[in-house]
Design a protein. Structure first.
Length: 322
């Protein structure tokens, strides 16, 4: 009994590491799952969670249904993920408002190294793969220039964002927070988590109700996306692995424009807290930035983020060779 407790405690700790990664654009929760040796079990357990579980519950009872999709493992893991996200969201929000250049510089280094990590998975390059990188880098770049088609706080847009961002659970190397960032919903997602914590802690049920509804929209989108992406990506990786990796590489290269630390705000909007936030921004040179560009510290954090991903990659390579 004690061994099982420590086993699930270890899974919760691994979940906390995944949650910390999922909050940061450029670090994939899937990568942490792979490094910690639970990636295959996670994907298999998620795949087993389907309508057959309900049928089994009706015929053989709750325990049989629970064990059929490794429920205790998933509960321990997602508990750790939730604990980590809830505890880190407040820090990320503070950094977004108080140290944006340094935060985005760190994120930029993370994503830059993630591009190298994904591209290295392609054993042999050819013209078709290079054209795929160029095409999707161009497409991704223009996406970063476009205004979101809906408010980041719209329930339907949150549903869509959850659907797309869950790809991070499937692919080591791709960050769900990064996808939210590209879609313009990263800051909104961080605020939703903070409002959940604040609403619950202060007894502000109006705030709690609003945040919970938005959170559920993200979660429902993620659940739907998880089932859809798991099948599509499994097929893509089995039949067109190198092309899939080339597309991801191009997508992330073009998206670097979104997280360039030095920006000039073009248009703004008021968020749900009545604060003015940027809608459209233009990347500029550090020398053109009005105010302290914090260049040396930003470059140091870029380098740190880059090295961090390389260390995680090395750990993952060692794990796969065991």
């Amino acid at each position: 009994m004690q061994n099982r407790f420590f086993s699930y405690l270890l899974i919760t700790l691994k979940g906390m590491a995944m949650g910390a990664a999922d909050v940061v654009p450029g670090v994939s929760g899937g990568t942490i799952a792979f490094i910690s040796g639970i990636y295959e079990e996670l994907i298999e357990s998620i795949d087993k969670f389907n309508l057959n579980v309900l049928k089994l519950w009706r015929t053989q009872g709750f325990y049989a249904a629970w064990t059929s999709f490794n429920g205790s493992f998933l509960l321990a893991l997602f508990l750790g993920i939730a604990m980590s996200i809830l505890s880190l969201a407040k820090l990320i929000k503070w950094l977004l408002y108080n140290e944006p250049i340094l935060l985005w510089a760190f994120f930029f280094g993370l994503v830059l190294a993630s591009i190298v990590y994904i591209a290295k998975q392609i054993p042999k390059w050819n013209l078709k793969l290079l054209l795929a990188v160029i095409a999707f880098a161009t497409l991704s770049y223009f996406i970063t220039l476009a205004e979101p088609f809906a408010s980041p706080e719209s329930p339907y847009y949150l549903l869509f964002c959850g659907f797309i961002a869950i790809i991070a659970m499937i692919l080591p190397g791709v960050s769900g927070a990064f996808i939210l960032l590209i879609l313009g919903a990263y800051e909104t997602a961080i605020n939703i988590v903070n409002q959940l914590v604040e609403g619950f802690g202060t007894g502000n049920f109006e705030m709690l109700k609003g945040a919970l509804f938005k959170f559920l929209m993200l979660a429902i989108g993620a659940i739907i996306g998880l089932k859809v992406f798991s099948k599509v990506l499994n097929w893509m990786f089995k039949n067109h692995k190198n092309l899939t990796l080339a597309i991801l590489t191009g997508f992330m290269i073009g998206s670097l424009n979104k997280i360039w630390p030095w920006k000039q705000t073009l248009t703004t909007r008021l968020n749900s807290e009545g604060m003015e936030v940027a809608v459209l921004e233009k990347s500029i040179l550090p020398s053109d930035y009005i105010g302290d560009n914090q260049l040396l510290m930003a470059l140091a954090l870029m380098a740190f983020g880059f090295v961090l991903i390389l260390v995680l990659e090395r750990l993952g390579s060692n794990k796969s060779n065991v």
